[in-house]
Design a protein around this ligand. Structure first.
Ligand SMILES: [Zn+2]
Length: 413
């Protein structure tokens, strides 16, 4: 058994050992291609980029300094001086825990210190060689493939990356409309029909490339009509300087149609829910009217809608076409993920749950997150077994399904 888990009782340890042997489908990442990662010249602070940066920022780190420390090529001593006071405030959070597990496993240090920043940087650079993704994802994590956002749609990284297409999520003025709903040759859309045609092309392109899903960001749902969407398009076109709300008649109508086109193409609608920017707008409850109209549309609800966890679980409880994806959850809070999984096992058939998605762009941290996921899943399963809810063998069967077969089947991987 790996040495990074917290204290475990015998039953929890037995589950962890079994989980470590299981093949995993990773339900969500943001990984760049390996060759792009190898060109990045990362340093020790890179391990604290991505989600850790938001804890550093909320602890008080200056916005621009954050970028220079985590992504710039400034001197390491200067970086440490800027980083240390805020690191000291957040190094106990779940975001930091995944970074620390990655730091210890790959680079031999439990925490970053003034004394090891240079050595860790050297080790990261030495490890950044061809085959890194195969070593981390396939060998260390037993990940068969990851549903990956933001990498080129035509590249699969030897099967390790399964790219997802994104539906435009940030459209609020003419510039973003013209950019995100452009014609096949980049021409500006003339009317709502052009916008819808662009959404349809996106779904067809995904299907042609053999990609399994399109990713959406929810909007406040108003039930706007086609006429209102047309009027909104005209207003945006006539007032190119004006900023409209992210949730507008145009964006709502286009998103709903795009989800229908995705479904018609036989693909999954993967939907981010909760936590991010104005998280109220991203609440899972905004999907209810769309789900009620589309009982057979395949929908994967990402992140359990944190903080609207029970709203998300309800979607999976009620509708056969809705699945719940625990990507990002153990990083947000293992406690929340543990309680949510426990509650889901009481409420849902097991085929409704996808148990892991790292949600990272730094590949080593996927390993850290997976350790946390295994620990959490093992604790929940052990608790259920000790409460008499089901047997150890049934617990193993549940683990295999939520880590592998459920998403393999749903996404046709
Ligand atoms: Zn993500």
């Amino acid at each position: 058994m790996l040495p990074y888990y917290g204290p475990l009782n015998q039953l929890e340890a037995a589950f962890v050992e079994a989980l470590e042997q299981m093949t995993v489908i990773d339900g969500h990442e943001h990984l760049p291609l390996e060759k792009d990662r190898l060109n990045q010249n990362l340093d020790a602070f890179s391990l604290f980029s991505h989600y850790c940066q938001w804890d550093l920022w909320s602890a008080g780190m200056d916005w621009d300094t954050r970028v220079r420390v985590l992504q710039g090529d400034e001197d390491l001593a200067w970086k440490w001086k800027e980083f240390a006071p805020y690191y000291d405030q957040m190094k106990h959070t779940c975001y930091a825990r995944a970074a620390h597990i990655a730091l210890e496993h790959f680079y031999g240090e439990k925490e970053l210190t003034a004394d090891n920043v240079e050595a860790v940087t050297e080790r990261i650079r030495k490890n950044s060689t061809e085959g890194l993704y195969d070593r981390v994802l396939r060998q260390e994590c037993k990940i068969e493939t990851t549903l990956n956002c933001d990498s080129p749609l035509t590249e699969r990284q030897d099967g390790l990356l399964t790219p997802l297409v994104r539906h435009p999520g940030d459209v609020w003025d003419w510039k973003t409309v013209a950019r995100d709903f452009a014609g096949p040759n980049g021409e500006e859309p003339e009317n709502l029909d052009d916008v819808l045609a662009s959404c349809k092309r996106r779904a067809e392109m995904a299907k042609e490339l053999g990609l399994p899903a399109i990713k959406f960001m929810p909007l406040y749902y108003h039930g706007y009509t086609e006429a209102e969407a047309r009027e909104c398009f005209a207003q945006m076109k006539a007032n190119p300087e004006k900023r409209f709300p992210r949730s507008s008649p145009l964006t709502e109508y286009a998103m709903e149609k795009a989800m229908e086109y995705t479904h018609e193409a036989g693909l999954v609608c993967a939907v981010h829910t909760g936590y991010w920017n104005d998280y109220k707008e991203l609440s899972p409850e905004n999907l209810v009217p769309i789900i009620r109209k589309n009982w057979d549309m395949k929908i994967d609800v990402f992140h359990l809608g944190y903080p609207y966890v029970r709203e998300a679980i309800m979607l999976g409880k009620v509708w056969p076409n809705v699945k719940l994806n625990m990507c990002w959850t153990y990083l947000i809070s293992q406690k929340f993920a543990m309680e949510a999984l426990d509650e889901m096992l009481e409420m849902l058939p097991v085929n409704k749950i996808f148990g892991f998605g790292g949600d990272y762009y730094v590949v080593e941290k996927v390993f850290g997150h997976l350790v946390m996921a295994r620990e959490t899943i093992a604790k929940v399963l052990a608790r259920k077994v000790s409460e008499g809810a089901f047997s150890f063998d049934r617990g193993l069967q549940i683990a295999e399904r939520i880590l592998y077969s459920n998403s393999k089947e749903f996404y046709n991987l």
